[in-house]
Design a protein around this ligand. Structure first.
Ligand code: HEC
Length: 271
């Protein structure tokens, strides 16, 4: 059966409402509870969008960057500069998504941080530092309220899953660490939100905002391609087929096919 995004939204809303009625916690005197409907712990929501972020990042890394390099497409950290005919590196694809999320103003912020960052602004701050030390040992996510900002935080380990991660970081002139190894925890995707719980509607709104952010990141790559001297054909084909790049609809459809099944599985598992 094929599930469209609107079906998923409808089904999820039903599931979420059932879930929040069934497992509504005993009311607490908690300033973070804004309305009686806001009963879904934010860690559930951030875990869902972090999983969707993994899907889009893997799709971009393997099917666009990995396959694209073989047919002559380039990816560079200076991709935004005029005259550099290149797309964003995966970490910079994520910064584009993060900027879009921020601009949408729904309260969710995203940072790919590290204890040994190439870019100093990606360094962890405050409680993130001690939490990341735990992640280095456990390789499990951490959820907490930041004592400095009072924001709800979720940090997910970012693992060197491919030799390219290790090689590029070790050789980068800005890297403070040059002995990264395969499977190392290189950093953490770090999400924040101002409230401890959300309503079902807010949950869906956040999933939707994250998907808009992924689309915007991909869109910025396509816009850059339009300025290339030697443009790949943008359409329904992928770099694995030759000098092609999927258009926005094709890319997002491939993303949604994987993300929908993961997300719906997560929602059902929580029942
Ligand atoms: C071709 C080079 C290259 C590859 C491949 C690469 N990175 Fe990076 N990575 C960078 C650059 C450059 C930055 C800094 C981007 C920025 O300014 O935010 C970065 C940023 C990061 C950060 C944020 C902290 C920092 O160093 O600024 C993490 C964590 C990270 N990469 C992990 C990974 C992982 C995991 C992989 C493999 C799945 C990977 N990288 C693959 C070049 C690369």
């Amino acid at each position: 059966m094929k599930i469209s995004f609107s079906h998923l939204l409808a089904l999820s809303l039903v599931l979420l409402i059932v879930w929040s009625v069934v497992s509504a916690p005993v009311p607490l005197q908690d300033n973070n509870r804004r309305s009686s409907g806001a009963t879904i712990p934010i860690r559930e929501v951030l875990t869902t969008i972090a999983a969707e972020n993994d899907v889009v990042r893997t799709l971009y890394t393997k099917s666009i960057v990995g396959a694209g390099k073989k047919v002559g497409l380039e990816f560079d950290e200076r991709w935004e500069n005029q005259g550099v005919d290149a797309g964003p590196l995966p970490a910079l694809f994520l910064s584009q998504a993060s900027a879009s999320l921020s601009k949408q103003g729904i309260g969710v912020e995203l940072l790919l941080g590290s204890h040994m960052p190439i870019t100093p602004t990606n360094a962890f701050k405050g409680d993130q530092i001690t939490r990341f030390e735990k992640i280095l040992e456990s390789r499990e996510p951490e959820f907490f309220t930041d004592s400095r900002t009072n924001l709800e935080m979720a940090m997910f380990p970012d693992i060197a899953g491919a030799q390219a991660c290790v090689t590029c970081h070790n050789q980068h002139p800005g890297s403070p660490k040059t002995d990264w190894k395969l499977d190392d925890v290189m950093g953490a995707t770090t999400w924040s939100y101002p409230h401890a719980t959300v309503s079902a509607e807010e949950y869906l709104q956040i999933i939707n905002a994250a998907r808009i952010a992924f689309r915007d990141a991909y869109r910025s790559y396509l816009e850059k391609i339009n300025t290339f001297k030697n443009k790949p054909e943008i359409g329904s084909k992928w770099p694995k087929d030759g000098f092609f790049v999927p258009d926005e609809a094709t890319f997002m459809k491939a993303f949604e096919e994987q993300a929908n099944s993961k997300t719906i599985y997560r929602l059902l598992k929580d029942q």
